[in-house]
Write a protein that binds this ligand. Structure first.
Ligand SMILES: Cc1cc2nc3c(=O)[nH]c(=O)nc-3n(C[C@H](O)[C@H](O)[C@H](O)COP(=O)(O)O)c2cc1C
Length: 202
């Protein structure tokens, strides 16, 4: 599989109805060809990432290059991938607005005004950041999944910490008891080593 990302300009700001037509075409065609990706549009500028089988994507990109609805198409990269970034999206679409950029991680200096052909072609890493940002922007499911996973991880960490504290407490108690009884011996040394090992594992 490969992934291609490019920036282009629409000669005029594209009317919403034409944008919808374009999107409809993307959705129908891409579903049939197992193509996934993301299309961002704002300030008469397109930023799109396409992913799928190399032959399919190269052929599609060739068509896109010849599409009169946009000009100045500049490829940002074409690279092999093992996993899709937009596996769930036949073609995710985002109309870039100030609001949607608000809170975008690592993009405090980026504003909607910067979503232009010139800026994006000169700042390829920003283009990629945007694509990553929007990859996680929408389905609530994703956020919930992520939160669930984090909670499970925390529970595991907590359970293991509790376990370690319990072992360490037991060893300390038995040491104190043995000290009181004047019966400290090899047995306690072994217990101390066991407790140390358990603590280090965490
Ligand atoms: C910015 C832009 C993005 C496009 N993205 C896609 C796409 O993801 N999938 C697609 O099939 N066509 C896309 N197209 C349309 C293609 O250029 C072309 O018109 C279409 O693939 C032809 O489809 P057809 O072979 O069914 O006639 C895009 C066009 C533009 C201007």
């Amino acid at each position: 599989m490969i992934q291609i990302s490019y920036v282009s300009s629409s000669a005029q700001p594209m009317p919403t109805s034409e944008l919808l037509d374009l999107l409809q075409q993307c959705l129908t065609n891409n579903a049939a060809r197992d193509v996934t990706g993301m299309l961002l549009y704002g300030n008469a500028t397109f930023l799109q990432t396409l992913e799928g089988e190399a032959g399919v994507i190269d052929a599609l990109y060739e068509k896109i290059l010849n599409d009169p609805r946009h000009t100045q198409i500049k490829c940002l990269y074409r690279k092999p991938i093992e996993q899709r970034r937009y596996a769930d999206w036949t073609m995710g679409f985002k109309h870039v607005s100030e609001e949607s950029l608000h809170n975008a991680a690592g993009m405090t200096d980026f504003s909607q005004r910067d979503f232009t052909y010139d800026y994006l072609t000169e700042h390829e890493s920003v283009a990629d950041n945007l694509m990553t940002h929007y990859a996680y922007w929408d389905p609530l499911v994703r956020a919930v999944d992520e939160r669930d996973q984090r909670i499970k991880q925390l529970e595991k960490t907590l359970a293991s910490a509790h376990g370690q504290v319990d072992v360490a407490s037991l060893v300390l108690e038995s040491l104190l008891q043995a000290e009181g009884e004047d019966s400290l011996g090899e047995h306690h040394e072994r217990l101390c080593r066991l407790a140390l090992e358990t603590l280090k594992k965490g």
